[in-house]
Design a protein around this ligand. Sequence first.
Ligand SMILES: C[S@@+](CC[C@H](N)C(=O)[O-])C[C@H]1O[C@@H](n2cnc3c(N)ncnc32)[C@H](O)[C@@H]1O
Length: 288
Amino acid sequence: MKALNTLRLAFNTVRWNISGNFADVQRDYDQAASTYDSYYGRYLGSITDQFADKIPLKGQERILELAAGTGRLTSAVCKRLKPEAHLTAVDLSEGMLAVNKAKNGHGEGPRVDFWHGDALDAITERSNESLDAVLCAWGVCYFNHDTLRTQVERVLRPGGILAIIENRKCTLAEVSALFEQLIVSQPRYLRKAIKINLPEDAGYLVKKFCQGQLEQINSWNGTLDIPYESASEVREYMLKSGASAGFLDAIEPAYLDEFLHAFEQLVAAQKKRVPLTHQFSVLLAQKA
Ligand SMILES: C[S@@+](CC[C@H](N)C(=O)[O-])C[C@H]1O[C@@H](n2cnc3c(N)ncnc32)[C@H](O)[C@@H]1O
């Protein structure tokens, strides 16, 4: 534990040296768009579907979905909506949104619109009390949570729903520790700072989002272990699933192959299997 803390301190020192120059999440997601569903979606997709099933919807809602990506949640929610419902899917990555459009933009079922841009800009444009639900799967880590809460409270009509699922700070902890170990040993690998705002746990989501007009309906923590056979599969998962988005762009491009190779070697060299485990939290809340 102490070793890890020392490592984190060193890692933070490396980060501070490049603070202000943040990695480009959009670029990493554009690159992961074609493989995202086969990796992230393959395993966490069923967790997203279970989350979608638990959102209290009647079927006629006006919905804003933030960080909608390739549309796993969009599809799952649309199945529960009637034709008179309306969902707007927002995402910063054109590549991710294009995959979503191909799946959900066919004109059957509820009306689905696509909005390319920043999620906080999209919600800020909405009128007061104009929405029945704001949804976000695996994207809230990219937003300022206080700004999001203020906007959600403003745009939801009374009785409206906020539903969030997100990785926790401790997600993929063992793999992240190996990433950090490599960067501390070779600070030249890192050229930009990483800005990701993951929640501690479900308790954090309740405290952050239910301090004003929103009341908790339900919240919980969950875990999903990603199976793999070899260190190269861990490298592949981190590269193609989007799980390293916001991190890959932070690596000096000239060293990216070297970094990934060294990472794979490090995973292979561990005495025990390195857990590839997502830890996540869910919040379902309602405006009073
Ligand atoms: C892990 S993916 C989740 C995608 C989808 N919701 C799902 O369940 O598979 C995160 C998404 O957040 C998007 N994103 C990141 N920052 C964003 C921002 N500021 N505004 C809108 N979308 C953003 C990324 O482009 C990416 O598609």
